[in-house]
Design a binder for this molecule. Structure first.
Ligand SMILES: [Fe+2]
Length: 111
């Protein structure tokens, strides 16, 4: 752990960093899954869902940045690589072959 002016104990910072990195992995995975839906959705509601998924991904990415920067402010290393996310995420794998808007909406419900 890196030096910091934060006055929380090292034990507390270590635990909070662990918890934040776990949620960081989930948030990055969720953002990527949402972008996957944005890029691949097809069908009669294409434009509405294409734009909706992009807006949701942008919102998630704002939280990703906040979580990651809190980790580093506490003296930790933010686990932002694909390898780190793959090891840590608790989300179910996104069904990669779905196409229809309703299928993407259903998949989003079960993350
Ligand atoms: Fe786009």
């Amino acid at each position: 752990m890196f030096e910091t002016r934060n006055d929380l104990s090292a034990d507390t910072r270590t635990e909070v960093i662990r918890l934040l990195n776990a949620r960081l992995a989930d948030a990055i995975d969720l953002a990527l899954q949402t972008k996957h839906a944005h890029w691949n959705v097809k069908g009669p509601n294409f434009i509405a869902l294409h734009e909706l998924f992009d807006q949701i991904a942008e919102q998630i990415e704002a939280h990703v940045d906040g979580i990651a920067e809190r980790v580093t402010a506490l003296g930790g290393t933010a686990g932002g690589t694909l390898a780190a996310v793959s090891r840590t995420t608790t989300l179910k794998a996104y069904p990669e072959q779905i196409v229809e808007g309703a299928a993407h909406l259903e998949a989003r419900r079960h993350r």
